[in-house]
Design a protein around this ligand. Sequence first.
Ligand code: SF4
Ligand code: SF4
Length: 135
Amino acid sequence: MSENGNARIDNVRIEEMLKQKKRMRIFLSLCASCGFCADSCFLYRNYKDPRYMPSYKAINSLGKLFKKKRKVTRLMLEEMSDLVYGKCVMCRRCYCPLGIDISGMISWARTICRTQGVYERYDIDPMGRIKKAAV
Ligand code: SF4
Ligand code: SF4
């Protein structure tokens, strides 16, 4: 979900934010794709969908941002928001034997999305229940 679908992406700001977390890039490159972290994510255990694997979420959010450098697009962030908001609840239970802070990476990808006006939106229905807003 985007706050302003026409607003330009501030790639300079994104680059500055990525520089603050250079160590995360190194850790991402250390990921052995062993899938061990998947067992500690209740969402993956429930859905058995590879897109819920913690490593998949980190590689396809923050990892992609590192690769894209100054060519991040709004469409890319909006697609990413489905992963970092829709497929992770930030419970921080994912465990990596190599010490990779996976949830910290997903969290930083969320923060970057938010700086560009891309985030999950919720509505309150007439009964007072909170629901995900229609895109
Ligand atoms: S993040 Fe850690 S546990 Fe998960 S696949 Fe990579 S190396 Fe394995
Ligand atoms: S923080 Fe996200 S990826 Fe990690 S266990 Fe929780 S829901 Fe899964």
